[in-house]
Design a protein around this ligand. Structure first.
Ligand code: BGC
Length: 420
């Protein structure tokens, strides 16, 4: 396909996900969400996509990360909705025509209802279903170089298989590990399929990474748990991409080693970074672990209670750099009604990023989460991540001062790509 995107440059973008902007009547989260009485459809991006894509031009970003909603594309097991595919292709075409590099997420937390009922991730049959979906996508969708197979597989597993706060809402450690293994096998297969169809493709997952620290430095239990959590949450996936083995150390249990065929199956690595989490030993909690946020450095907490900790971005970049692959910050953002706080958050994180690039870390892009206010999984509509404020009654999008600030950053910071 002939596109206007010519040269490789630092990717300045924003990130979104389909379900959070448009909902879907066929997704597992649709019924989940009615339990919570919160409606992602209210943003109505499915109808207003052209207006929203115009906002990207207004911002001046050169890339846009978004997801394709599997449940719209395959609402029934044996039925592909070609119109839904055409809809997403139109979005891609508009982006390319405006010199905006599309980055597509294949799986961003939601599933078709039929999939999660009959083929949840802990069943091996899930792999074939994901493979069929990826084959369909790659044979139909044109013009995509950057692919994210799975957004935050660990969050999906923790939420869906340990906490039980996300579909399929199972609380079982061994099924959780089985599901994680199947997701990673699916990634490996999707990686090969994408490369067989798109020769210059750049494929990754988007891994949620966090700065993790003990609640009390002097407490050996807090320290031990923080070490185990840090390894599992941040490093075990990196090591699995390096070795093909996933080592799982569970507090007070024997470590397990799981073979996963993902060695070297990434072309870049997507890092989603938001916060620091403190870890405390609490014998009354599951696995003895309690997670807390506290405002230690005075940067404050977000509306969701997360600690703002820009320095942690450098830490996770350092961890991820052991892969020796280009890194892209595929998500970083703040939920707040206070636009000055949003600007400071952005400035401080991008300052850290700049320092990392100057130190020689190979970071090739930054995607702010998110373009417009949208549905936040467990919080609903009040978590305001958007650069554009959405009035949920009139559906009007209004730029916040953070949007102008981001445009200014994009124009003024000239990040050079590391040459190999
Ligand atoms: C997810 C997004 C979510 C954001 C803020 C990320 O972990 O990928 O879907 O909205 O965090 O919670």
């Amino acid at each position: 396909m002939d596109t206007n995107i010519k040269k490789e440059c630092f990717l300045w973008g924003v990130a979104t996900s389909a379900f959070q902007l448009e909902g879907s009547p066929y997704a597992d989260w649709a019924s989940w969400d009615s339990i919570l009485d919160l409606k992602p459809e209210v943003t109505n991006h499915f109808q207003l996509y052209k207006e929203d894509l115009n906002l990207l031009k207004e911002l001046g970003v050169n890339s846009y990360r978004f997801s394709l909603e599997w449940s719209r594309i395959q609402p029934k097991q044996n039925y592909w909705d070609e119109k839904a595919l055409d809809h997403y292709q139109e979005i891609i075409d508009i982006l390319l025509a405006n010199s905006i590099e599309p980055m597509v997420t294949i799986h961003h937390f939601t599933h078709p209802l039929w999939f999660i009922k009959k083929y949840p991730w802990h069943k091996d049959t899930s792999i074939d279903k994901f493979v069929e979906y990826t084959e369909k996508l790659t044979s139909k969708v044109r013009g995509i170089k950057y692919w994210i197979t799975f957004n935050e597989p660990y969050v999906l597993i923790l939420g869906g298989y340990l906490e039980g706060c996300m579909p399929p809402a199972i609380k079982d450690l061994s099924l959780a590990l089985k599901a994680l293994k199947n997701i990673l096998i699916s990634h490996a297969k999707a990686y090969d399929i994408i490369h067989s169809k798109v020769p210059n493709a750049m494929v990754s997952v988007a891994h949620n990474m966090a700065a993790l620290a003990p609640w009390k430095q002097w407490n050996p239990f807090d320290r031990l748990l923080a070490k185990i959590a840090k390894y599992f949450y941040n490093h075990s996936l990196l090591d699995a991409f390096l070795t093909g083995k996933l080592t799982v150390k569970i507090p007070f249990k024997k470590a397990q080693e799981i073979e996963v065929p993902i060695k070297d199956k990434i072309d870049f690595f997507g890092v989603n970074y938001y916060t620091r989490i403190h870890i405390r030993f609490n014998p009354f909690r599951k696995l003895g672990v309690e997670l807390r946020h506290r405002d230690i450095d005075g940067h404050g907490l977000t509306d969701m209670g997360w600690e703002i900790h820009p320095q942690g971005l450098e830490r996770v970049i350092r961890y991820a750099s052991k892969l020796k692959k280009p890194l892209i910050i595929t998500e970083n953002g703040i939920a707040t009604h206070d636009n000055q706080k949003k600007i400071k958050f952005m400035k401080h994180h991008i300052d850290v990023l700049e320092r990392c690039i100057k130190k020689g870390y190979d970071v090739r892009g930054y995607f702010y989460w998110s373009l417009i206010d949208n549905y936040e999984w467990l919080q609903g509509l009040d978590a305001r991540f958007g650069l554009y404020r959405v009035d949920f009654d009139t559906l009007k999008r209004k730029p916040t001062s953070a949007a102008s600030y981001y445009s200014y950053i994009i124009k003024s910071r000239n990040f050079q790509l590391k040459k190999n």
